[in-house]
Design a protein around this ligand. Structure first.
Ligand SMILES: [Fe+2]
Ligand SMILES: [Fe+2]
Length: 166
């Protein structure tokens, strides 16, 4: 059964969000590397690939359904932030927007009576729980230590370990 037009449209809108997140995180990775915070740089480099992977999953699914995925033009990301917390707050906002996008896709798929798309989106529903979790946690950790460079380095080290853990 062909993918309905409104489901196709909203999946393409989600592709836009996933590519945008990838590019924004690439800007953050460069920012953190320049700030001499290699742990956070490594974490965000990993997110660049993860977000591309999310886009890839949606593209493959659309191809399987004979639909037309559209790779979007991405906006140039910010390359610097006022401080590490501002970058992490940006990540929190991006993950929340991506979750809202997934929920909108799910609602459209349910309305269209499209169980295959509903099923495909379940992976993203779970993934977004994890994505919001790290973003919220890292923002909270950085908020606590931002006035102490020593503590900030300790948090950076911990985030770097998490980046290489899985
Ligand atoms: Fe994503
Ligand atoms: Fe994400």
């Amino acid at each position: 059964m062909a993918l309905k037009a409104d489901v196709q449209k909203i999946l393409n809108a989600q592709l836009d969000k996933e590519f945008d997140a990838s590019v924004v995180y690439h800007g953050m990775a460069i920012y953190f590397e320049k700030e001499l915070l290699p742990g956070m740089a490594a974490w965000f480099k990993k997110q660049v690939d993860e977000e591309r992977g999310h886009a890839g999953k949606i593209i493959e699914y659309m191809m399987d359904r004979g639909a037309d995925p559209v790779i979007p033009a991405t906006k140039a990301p910010k390359m610097s932030y006022a401080n590490p917390l501002a970058a992490l707050k940006g990540a929190v906002a991006h993950e929340r927007a991506n979750t809202a996008g997934i929920y909108a896709c799910l609602e459209a798929a349910q309305k269209a009576g499209d169980p295959a798309t509903v099923e495909m989106l379940q992976w993203f529903v779970k993934e977004q729980v994890e994505e919001e979790k790290w973003a919220d946690e890292y923002a909270a950790m950085i908020e606590k230590v931002q006035s102490s460079i020593g503590a900030l380095y300790a948090v950076d080290h911990r985030i770097g370990k998490a980046a290489s853990a899985d």
